[in-house]
Design a protein around this ligand. Structure first.
Ligand code: C5J
Length: 246
């Protein structure tokens, strides 16, 4: 059992039953020339969280913790992209259009890959999600249940869109969810600040918020014993697709 200082109160978790979730740390959002920039946003603030995300990811992996990555992505024929999503607004590139990193938000394209610094390792879960939330039209729930996961630690982008939507979906499904404040970012600072507040408000109506430092301290005191060996069936299920698109 590990405990860390969080808002609105301490977050208590067991590493073998907790997954680290990285939401949409893909080139489309984090690098110039992608979907995020095509919407008129500056990507630099999102790049600034990468070192903190890396520190947590490395510590988590060192203890053998479960890791789940998501990518916001659509099938090449866009059959899973509602016209309302594709046609909304006036971006310089729409979903499916050819951009500097290939077709925007399309599975298998260079821009749809998770950035090198946080690239999934073989055996880590990779969820391609057509929506903003990680559970909508995906098998995330099945994958987590197979591994006995009850708690989620969230990092990624953007705070108020895909991260918050995924946390709300997780909360409704009964997961205890923690958001690491310095490992998530928005193109809009005020939206990030509001999300951090609304997640932990009202006694943690969506979940908890803490710093990566607090989590790293909790992991350091947990040590290798926190990572129980996985049963054979779970190890078999964990041989996931890595970075390969589904
Ligand atoms: C957005 C996301 N912002 N990953 N996607 O469209 O938050």
């Amino acid at each position: 059992m590990s405990t860390l200082a969080a808002q609105p109160f301490d977050f208590v978790f067991e590493l073998p039953h907790t997954a680290l979730v990285l939401i949409d740390m893909q080139r489309d959002f984090v690098e110039p020339g992608g979907f995020g920039e095509s919407l008129g946003n500056r990507v630099e603030p999102l790049q600034a969280i990468v070192p903190a995300c890396q520190a947590v990811l490395h510590a988590w992996r060192a203890l053998g913790g479960c890791v789940l990555h998501t990518r916001e992505s659509h099938a090449p024929d866009l059959s899973d992209c509602p016209p309302a999503k594709r046609l909304r607004g006036a971006p310089s590139l729409r979903i499916g259009d050819a951009g500097p990193m290939g077709r925007v938000l399309v599975r298998g394209e260079p821009g749809n890959q998770i950035i090198d610094a946080l690239a999934p390792l073989p055996g880590e879960i990779v969820i391609d999600k057509p929506g903003k939330g990680m559970f909508y039209a995906t098998d995330a729930q099945v994958q987590l249940q197979q591994r006995g996961i009850t708690h989620l630690v969230f990092m990624g982008v953007t705070t108020e869109v895909c991260v918050q939507t995924s946390m709300r979906e997780a909360n409704d499904r009964g997961y205890d969810a923690l958001l690491l404040a310095d490992c998530t970012e928005s193109y809009f600072p005020a939206f990030k600040a509001a999300t951090l507040e609304m997640v932990s408000a009202q006694g943690g109506i969506v979940g908890w918020v803490a710093s990566s430092t607090a989590l790293l301290q909790a992991l350091a005191s947990a040590g290798p014993a926190a990572s129980a060996p996985a049963p054979q069936s779970v190890l078999a299920a964990a041989a996931g697709p890595g970075q390969a698109p589904r």
